[in-house]
Design a protein around this ligand. Structure first.
Ligand SMILES: *Cc1c(COP(=O)(O)O)cnc(C)c1O
Length: 398
């Protein structure tokens, strides 16, 4: 397609015009079951009536003032986030990348405030994805993200994901001040840390006084069956990046921190024109209230069990298409034996949406509210997609 839009994405030839819960309607009228949820964004499904009401009510009242004034919708959402997490303080922004930028600034400022400006280095991990700004591609470090965009930002050391020996060793260096990691790598191919690994990472940080920065942009907001993924390990970070699900589809990000970690961020040290605008925070408050309502996460865990069981069945039924199922809660990956994009494309033909990831995986990130029958329907469609991929591979071999 010839388009005036910057061609930085290779897009599927699909144009959706309407969303209803777990379904997306294409311009030609076909209905697709959505196992991608806009990459873990529409946590409550498409066009959830409570979110539509929150947004339209706020739109009728007031869109934008400025962070020069109090924004009551920010206060309301921050209160909820603080009540339900380790955090003492919250900054609102518009995306995950922006949350990461502040995480890095906050860690650096912490150490200068503490009189140890040499502790600028942040330990990060291969396979990571923290966003597309120069700082965040420097943090992730992979060639795929950084090629052609140098000079990159200094101050990161990249370690093998989950390699605790390498981390223990690198953490001893006097110029290290923080560790930044995803509890479950999303773009990296749904690669989870175990609870033991997360606990050990917390211990190593504590041993040296390093700040632990968790990127829960994809795995947070109920996705794993707890409000935040790190809760399963019984640990807490010092700083946490949140976005995606928190806005339910409205652009919203947040950086959560302890008072200790945030001590350098005094008036004038950071800002955002749009960050924490009334529209985003009004929607985010409804998302938070839904996810923290009694029983909601129990339902997510029950559905996650069902989906897990079904995708294990899919792997067993198609051993020449799928190698392995992995992940946690409703953040699941299928590692493919054929090119993952072939499975994603066959899914389009079968009217089911999945998301490709690194490590030749496809991701299933359904709305947290997807029903049991929709899960079953989606798996049937993936089964059809796997059969089509196999048939095509068979034809090609002849
Ligand atoms: C999506 C994502 C980001 C970047 O968020 P944007 O809103 O695209 O800037 C960062 N980290 C993780 C883990 C993500 O999944």
């Amino acid at each position: 397609m010839i388009t005036p839009v910057l061609p930085s994405y290779s897009r599927a030839p699909l144009s959706f015009v309407k969303g209803e819960g777990a379904w997306l309607v294409e311009a030609d009228g076909r209905r697709f079951l959505d196992f991608g949820a806009g990459i873990a964004v529409t946590a409550l499904g498409h066009a959830h009536p409570d979110l539509v009401a929150a947004l339209t009510n706020q739109a009728n009242a007031l869109w934008h003032t400025s962070n020069l004034y109090n924004v009551p919708q920010q206060e309301a959402l921050a209160e909820r986030l603080v009540e339900h997490t380790f955090a003492d303080t919250v900054f609102f922004c518009n995306s995950g990348t922006e949350a990461g930028e502040l995480a890095l600034k906050m860690a650096r400022k912490y150490w200068t405030t503490k009189g140890a400006p040499e502790r600028m280095k942040v330990l990060t991990f291969d396979g990571a994805f923290h966003g597309r700004s120069v700082a965040m591609i420097s943090a992730a470090g992979s060639e795929k993200l950084t090629a052609g965009f140098g000079p990159l930002l200094d101050g990161f050391e990249h370690l093998p994901f989950g390699d605790l020996d390498a981390l223990s060793e690198a953490a001893k260096a006097p110029d290290v001040g923080a560790v930044m990691i995803e509890p479950i790598q999303g773009e990296g191919g749904i690669r989870p840390l175990t609870d033991e690994q997360l606990k050990a990472i917390r211990d190593i940080c504590d041993q040296h006084g390093h700040l632990l920065i968790l990127d829960e942009i994809q795995c947070g907001m109920g996705r794993t069956g707890r409000l935040f993924a790190h809760e399963w390990a019984g640990i807490s970070p010092d700083i946490m990046m949140v976005a995606k699900g928190i806005g339910g589809g409205f652009p919203l990000g947040a950086l959560l921190a302890t008072e200790e970690a945030a001590q350098g961020m005094t008036p004038g040290t950071h800002g955002s024109t749009y960050g924490g605008n009334p529209l985003g925070c009004a929607v985010g408050t409804v998302v938070m209230d839904a996810i923290t309502a009694p029983g909601f996460l129990d339902d997510v865990n029950r559905r996650a069990g069902l989906l897990r069981q079904k995708i294990e069945g899919l792997v067993a039924a198609h051993p020449d298409v799928f190698a392995e199922a992995r992940g946690h809660g409703l953040m699941l990956g299928l590692v493919c034996r054929v090119p993952n994009i072939d499975v994603v494309n066959a899914g389009y033909d079968a009217q089911v949406l999945t998301v490709p990831a690194a490590d030749n995986a496809i991701r299933l990130l359904p709305a947290l509210t997807m029903s049991d029958s929709e899960i079953a329907e989606g798996i049937d469609r993936l089964d059809a997609a796997a059969k089509a991929v196999k048939a095509r591979a068979h034809d090609a071999a002849e």
